[in-house]
Write a protein that binds this ligand. Sequence first.
Ligand SMILES: NC(=O)c1ccc[n+]([C@@H]2O[C@H](COP(=O)([O-])OP(=O)(O)OC[C@H]3O[C@@H](n4cnc5c(N)ncnc54)[C@H](O)[C@@H]3O)[C@@H](O)[C@H]2O)c1
Length: 362
Amino acid sequence: MRTYSAILVSGGAGFIGSNFIRYLLGPESGFQGLVVNVDALSYAGNLDNLSDLAAGLGGTRYFFERADICDRAAVEDIVARYRIDAVCHLAAESHVDRSIMGPEAFVRTNVLGTFTLLDVVRQAWRGRDGVWFHQVSTDEVYGTLGPSGSFSEASPYAPRSPYSASKAAADHLVMAYHHSYGLPVSVSNCGNNYGPRQFPEKLVPLMILNMLEGKRLPVYGDGRQVRDWLYVDDHARAVWAIMRGGRPGHSYVVGGGNERENLSLVERLADIVAEETGAGAELYRGLITLVPDRPGHDRRYALDSGKIRRELGWEPRMEFDRGLRETVRWYLDNPAWIERVRSGEYRRWLDSNYGWRQGGKA
Ligand SMILES: NC(=O)c1ccc[n+]([C@@H]2O[C@H](COP(=O)([O-])OP(=O)(O)OC[C@H]3O[C@@H](n4cnc5c(N)ncnc54)[C@H](O)[C@@H]3O)[C@@H](O)[C@H]2O)c1
């Protein structure tokens, strides 16, 4: 099993990145080195996601650097200063709807940013052993499925939104750096993540918060689109398993094995929120409203995770209904997090406390 002394986690203030960092620094991972969180703190980046690290869990092993991954000089400086020997790359523009409205930011961060990170480490790591670059990607690069079948590592790339196209381009660059320069790399393509600390523009938190505010629950089209849901902590374990034992130049599909139609997911969430708040079950279901479909909306994703299960012994642990309930409880238990994200208070605090390139321990 590989191990590292200093891991750069890009996008560590986001939903998956913050949960991954917490996992890395927790007891289960066995990781003993430094974690350097490099995040531009875009609208989706939230240092509140890591407040428990600032409160002591991270000890002296957690560092935060506010930097844009497209800023080559900043990335070079960080890689050299911390003697980074592994990268887990999560920083991205990640919301499909936003990519349809404004694709440029997606090409910039997801393609140029990935290129910049890759190229900096290619030069910094020349002749060095024991280094690794892991790219966190999505099942959306494979396009859409009919009613049967599932995506695997052998599926052709066929992205259909600017978001998935930019992630596909990034994945290709990562593999090209392996084949052209010998960089040890891996890619994971996972399904829809859910869990605590997800920015409330994505389906699960948006629905929970709308229910709590009595707002309608907008579901695209006929609500029959199928997604394969993965609990964020199961994803963190998968990424770490690949970084430690995955084969260089290989990709791994990571699915939770929880295929659900969007409408039935929202109905189940409505029931759980009703149970947890003591409201009548029909109250929240009654807020569900079908709205015109997203252009190019992929119909169905399903994932065959056989490779990571066979090669690395990974499997999801979280049972879907329990994961949904824990997620609902987290949002019910953290009104201050929600208020700060939504009111703009967090952005004001950020602007007055964190200038650009103001590195150091968070
Ligand atoms: N959320 C999912 O369901 C899902 C599924 C599959 C793959 N992924 C992938 O996982 C990764 C993380 O997703 P997420 O849901 O946590 O996203 P997120 O939007 O919650 O977080 C993204 C983070 O990247 C940071 N960032 C954005 N642009 C940056 C830049 N130019 N430089 C530095 N930092 C920047 C943001 O500030 C934010 O903290 C992404 O690469 C995404 O494509 C997500």
